[in-house]
Design a protein around this ligand. Sequence first.
Ligand SMILES: [Zn+2]
Length: 242
Amino acid sequence: MNPLPHFEQSPLLRSVPGVYHAFLGVDPVEGRGRRERLREVFSVAAETVGTLKQVHSASVLFFEPGDGDVPGGWKREGDALWSSIPGTGVGVHTADCVPVLLAHREIRVAAAVHAGWRGLAAGIVGETVRALAGRFGDAAVGGIVAVAGPCARGCCYEVGEETAEALQGLPGVASCLRKRTVPGKWTADLQGIALAALRGAGIPAGQTEGAGPCTICSPRFHSFRREKSTTARQLSFLYIRD
Ligand SMILES: [Zn+2]
């Protein structure tokens, strides 16, 4: 039997009925693709898991069947995808950017967000929560459960003045940005910034959680800064059971 790819799951998100998720990292089996990984390891059909052409925007889209890995499929542009259709899932690809997965304690819904510093500064996390509130009502926000996954964190992620300035204005991020002794250099914790954005959007603190390590210093996850590869990325997905 083939070894499993490395993956993390959030205990908080696992406690939500009707959904299934994973933050999928490095796969020891060379050449095993996303389709095989989903089928062999998680018994999920890649046709049913939608992803987007990610462009560092604040654009939130509702799942369409063509978003899955289907023949002739064509990827729409956007950085957050959500679905309320049983038997479908949503996913994002990242390699230092933060993947955020959102579900609901009572409502069958799944959302996946890809957020780098640009997306966080553009408010992609809040936009996703607003899209769910727009469909299910403002009161539904109190039942959302959200997890920010493996990404570039404060131990390793060095950013310049421009990035630090773009992030500084966001509420609750003061502890996630640190000035380095080198002038003009900062470190940023993308997971902490995403969690602050979730709480800023009205999700109760006890219903948010960080999962997984810093991608730059953990060999179990792909990192663009460490590997300099534009193709090695994690797939984080959330699936609504039939
Ligand atoms: Zn690190």
